[in-house]
Design a protein around this ligand. Sequence first.
Ligand SMILES: [Zn+2]
Length: 257
Amino acid sequence: MDVIVKIEESAATGQFCGAPRAIRMALCFALLTGIFWGTPVTAQISSPASTVSTSPARPPAFVDAATVIPGLVVDMRYFGTHNFVGARVDGYEAPVCVLSRQAATALAAVQRDLSPRGLGLKVFDCYRPARGVRHFVRWARDRDNSTKAEFYPHVAKGNLFRDGYIASRSGHSRGSTVDLTLVKLPGDEELDMGTPFDFLSPQSGQHGKVSSEARVNRKILADAMRARGFIPYDKEWWHFTLRNEPFPNSYFDFPVR
Ligand SMILES: [Zn+2]
């Protein structure tokens, strides 16, 4: 999950949801209710601000990040059941970290930079199909709270939309956003970041009350990512978007395979 409303939605909302009020409400309603998403897989929906591509094939501009980042630890949490949904998320058909070639190349540079310090990267989520985001939206509206204790003990599920934890679109669907942490080399032991991945709480943000060690570790990760062109997100220590992402206005829906 990611809190994308303020940063990642800005590109889309700037024009798409910044359209005249009546149009904006109709479009946003259509997106939220899945009217657009229910179209055939070959459909493309365009607006002046963004395109939603629902082609079923992985575009050649995307790669399996593990093939270009030696030693990358891949733990695709939405492919398995250890996530806030408690189930495999729609669109994840393989435990593969798919990213735009540019994002994967930049991440490879981060990995190279960290290596002399005895550190490496572990990814939790990469490109996210739009259908996966719709799965999150459905989940946020149901009454199941079986994952609350682990993932959102401080937030009422009914407030996840209002509080910005769930949105109808994610920057991850543009293919250049990644959720990740640091591991000690050799191996895959995670560094202490104060909270786990996808812990929906102010503690996961910039002003979260965490130990000094966790604060230092978060800074090591953020500094390394910034140095290679990624923008951190102040509410989630694990979430970064490539500044010069190649598809800033495109939301993809091909499955992860
Ligand atoms: Zn994220």
